[in-house]
Design a protein. Structure first.
Length: 392
């Protein structure tokens, strides 16, 4: 349906119809404008079906909009838009307080003596928005003694303007101010939400850029070593080390302080590596740790940071993750470890499980304090001989 298709009402001023069509175009493009758009379309269609013309149609639409603006369940910007449309309609409404026109069909007796200079009321012709059957205004006509009438029409006054000095006018003004204030508040909230999203995106891009720069530096070092004929330095099982983990914790803590999102940190300790070394040698421990790196720890999300923490330990940083989600993630990894095997000298052995600690950032603490708190808890667990996962 084209915008304003039902706005063709007989004997209604084209200028008003064009103004309504402009408002309807704005409502079509606004995400909250559908209800007000339909109200106007239905009101004008109702006028057509009931043969409402002129002031009767305008009054009907004005009343519908008035009821809409007084319902505070509607969005404030749309109620403000309805008030603006009412202002357009008010120019075509009848002035309040006037009675019916004088019936000129009956003769009026002429006064005796000379005609004084007095004002009498005459029935005006219907205007473009006045119903001929119910003429809402009466205008005084001054009768000069010479018999030549001089018409002095009174300007049309909107009901809101005419009663602006009374309680109803003040209430309308206060209502308009409240709608303006609420509309501004909603715009400010939307702006703040967009600013937060932009800040998050900027922080994420900075983190990606930092990792990219680090990889570029490592690639340049590897190229230099290759040109010099040096053997490449070993990276701990292909995972970042503790210094990278601490820098990432600092970045995530800064984001938590701005937006209040949860941050989880898990320290994982692989079980029984000492026994494997005693039975099969260091080669068995290396095979277990490589299996964890290549198969088990890959179950974490792509944006979770997995790092080598100590000789037999791993650290996992889980941004924007609460207790329940962190436990579910660790349970998936634990299940994967139970289902996995490692190969040693042509034989397969069950992969050892793991224990450790799961902790969360506490407001106000420094990033290194979060890591130290988790580290001390893991040491205490080992001293007591515990190998299960403990939540701090």
């Amino acid at each position: 349906m084209a915008v304003g298709e039902h706005l063709s009402v007989d004997s209604v001023d084209p200028g008003l119809m064009r103004a309504l069509a402009r408002h309807l175009e704005h409502l079509v493009s606004h995400p909250e404008g559908g209800e007000l758009y339909q109200l106007i379309e239905d009101a004008v269609l109702y006028c057509r079906e009931n043969n409402y013309v002129n002031g009767t149609c305008v009054t009907h639409l004005h009343n519908q909009l008035l009821a809409y603006t007084r319902d505070h369940h509607h969005p404030a910007p749309m109620r403000l838009r309805a008030r603006l449309i009412q202002q357009h309609l008010a120019l075509y409404l009848a002035k309040p307080g006037h009675g019916a026109a004088i019936n000129t069909a009956e003769p009026v007796p002429a006064p005796a003596g000379p005609v004084p200079n007095v004002a009498v009321k005459a029935k005006p012709k219907p205007g473009p928005f006045q119903n001929a059957e119910t003429t809402p205004t009466e205008q005084p006509i001054a009768m000069e003694s010479s018999g030549t009438p001089e018409s002095k029409p009174a300007p049309a006054i909107a009901p809101e303007t005419a009663s602006s000095g009374g309680p109803e006018g003040k209430e309308n003004l206060n209502d308009l101010r409240r709608m303006l204030g609420k509309g501004m508040d909603e715009l400010l909230h939307e702006r703040e939400a967009l600013a937060r999203q932009l800040s998050d995106a900027t922080s994420y891009l900075k983190m990606i850029e930092a990792e990219r720069e680090q990889l570029r530096e490592e690639l340049n070092k590897a190229r230099k070593r290759a040109r010099a004929g040096d053997k490449p330095a070993k990276r701990a099982l292909g995972l970042p080390k503790r210094d990278v983990l601490l820098r990432q914790i600092e970045a995530e803590v800064e984001r938590v302080r701005r937006h209040g999102e949860p941050l989880a940190l898990a320290l994982i300790d692989v079980k029984n590596l000492g026994s494997l070394i005693e039975e099969h040698g260091q080669e068995a421990a290396n095979a277990v740790l490589n299996q964890y790196t290549s198969e088990v720890l890959g179950r974490f999300r792509s944006y979770d940071l997995v790092a080598r923490y100590n000789k037999n330990e791993f650290a996992v940083l889980l941004p924007n993750t609460g207790k329940d989600n962190a436990l579910r993630a660790l349970e998936k990894v634990r299940k994967r470890a139970k289902e996995s095997h490692f190969s040693l000298k042509g034989k397969n052995y069950p992969l050892p499980g793991f224990g450790g600690v799961l902790t969360f950032y506490s407001p106000g603490e420094a990033p290194h304090q979060m890591l130290r708190r988790a580290d001390e808890a893991l040491i205490n667990l080992k001293l007591r001989g515990q190998r299960e996962l403990v939540v701090l």
